[in-house]
Design a protein around this ligand. Structure first.
Ligand SMILES: [Zn+2]
Ligand SMILES: [Zn+2]
Length: 377
């Protein structure tokens, strides 16, 4: 791991795997045989099989729970113990009851809460380790490297996603899991025809993008209409007066993380939708441990998405509904751009026949990220 904001030495990820596999005990990284740890313990200690069985049951996590004790997060949060005289618990119980009886009070409370539900990553481990145990998903055939990558918001230092990818995956697997509002925007300006069918998203029309890692541009060229964004930059950098290192380009869909050499903590770049620029950084490279998710199909896994706790952008007129329109240069708004819900947008800018009632302005559909994030988490 990089410490104190420093970057690490250059790490060849394929070499990293080779170096570690020679020194790591296979039973700590593979789960192909569920009994391997037991066999290993029997082989390397003087403990008998019966004693091991007893130790296993006495030291299991289940033995820490009482008989009727709830074990899931949902059960723990919804079961308030009756025999308590803590005032904070009594107040919480009263408030939950009031929310149940009064839906408008509940919605007022929910809009003010930082954590609105129990589905966030702060309460759940997104590694569905049991999925493998129950026979679902696919296991790994050999040792694998997991890489944790932090993707930051457009032109900001705030985190957008933290993602675990397999080193054997293509860079396109990472690109496909990054969710940015620029990709979700509905293409086109709709002030003349607000009732038109708004279905084409920017990511369906404009698929070009690149990662810039250690002086190499990795372009997504999967679609025939994709443009090589890097060409113009590479030519620009060739001017000797700029004194820049020589840059090269490769295809994102032909490169796996094993083909990369990276520095942990070094800021690299992801660019999409023309000029939507995100800093990305590698924060951890490790050998897959036996207690991590062993279902290949679940990767890449979004392990953190702080936007799940951010509030939706509300309509600037009623403040009651989420914004679904964005206007520029509307003479009726004190802000530019300005956000509206469907109803306020129509009532303010159009008459009952659907004709404009105000002068020139531009209107775009505004997608809310919260429901989109809900779908991907
Ligand atoms: Zn973006
Ligand atoms: Zn409104």
């Amino acid at each position: 791991m990089a410490e104190g904001g420093k970057r690490s030495e250059l790490i060849d990820i394929r070499q990293f795997l080779t170096d570690w596999v020679s020194v790591v005990d296979p039973c700590t990284i593979t789960r192909t045989d569920h009994g391997s740890f037991r066999d290993y313990a029997l082989k390397t200690t003087n403990i008998s099989a019966d004693m091991l069985e007893e130790l296993d049951s006495v030291c299991s996590l289940q033995s820490l729970c009482g008989e009727d004790e709830p074990t899931s997060v949902e059960d723990i949060l919804s079961n308030i113990p009756a025999e308590t005289n803590l005032e904070s618990v009594a107040a919480q119980e009263k408030d939950l009851e009031r929310r149940k009886l009064n839906s408008s009070y509940e919605s007022r409370v929910l809009t003010r809460l930082k954590y609105r539900d129990n589905s966030g990553p702060w309460l759940h481990n997104h590694y569905d380790v049991n999925h493998f145990e129950s026979g679902g998903g696919s296991g790994f055939t050999g040792p694998e490297v997991i890489i944790t990558i932090h993707v930051y918001r457009r032109n900001k230092r705030k985190l957008l996603h933290a993602i675990d990818v397999l080193a054997s995956q293509k860079l396109t697997a990472l690109k496909d899991v990054i969710t940015c509002i620029a990709d979700e925007m509905i293409v086109g300006e709709y002030s003349d025809i607000p009732e038109a069918d708004h279905t084409i998203k920017a990511k369906e029309m404009f698929k070009s993008s690149y990662f810039f890692i250690e002086n190499v541009f990795y372009n997504d060229m999967r679609d025939p209409l994709c443009k090589d964004y890097s060409k113009v930059i590479i030519n620009w950098a060739k001017d000797p007066n700029r004194q820049l290192p020589s840059y090269s380009a490769k295809k994102m869909e032909e490169t796996t993380f094993y083909d990369l050499s990276v520095r942990i903590g070094e800021p690299y770049v992801y660019v999409h939708q023309g000029d939507c620029e995100h800093v990305i950084s590698f924060s951890d490279i490790r050998i897959l441990h036996r207690n991590e998710c062993h279902d290949v199909l679940q990767y890449p896994i979004i392990i953190e998405d702080p936007r799940n706790i951010t509030h939706s952008i509300m309509c600037r007129v009623c403040s009651a509904h989420c914004a679904s329109w964005l206007t520029y240069d509307s003479p009726l708004t004190p802000e530019n751009p300005c956000f509206f819900c469907e109803t306020c947008f129509r009532m303010l800018h159009y008459d009952s026949e659907g004709q404009r009632t105000v002068g020139k302005f531009r209107a775009y559909k505004y997608p809310q990220m919260r429901p989109i994030i809900k779908r991907i988490m």
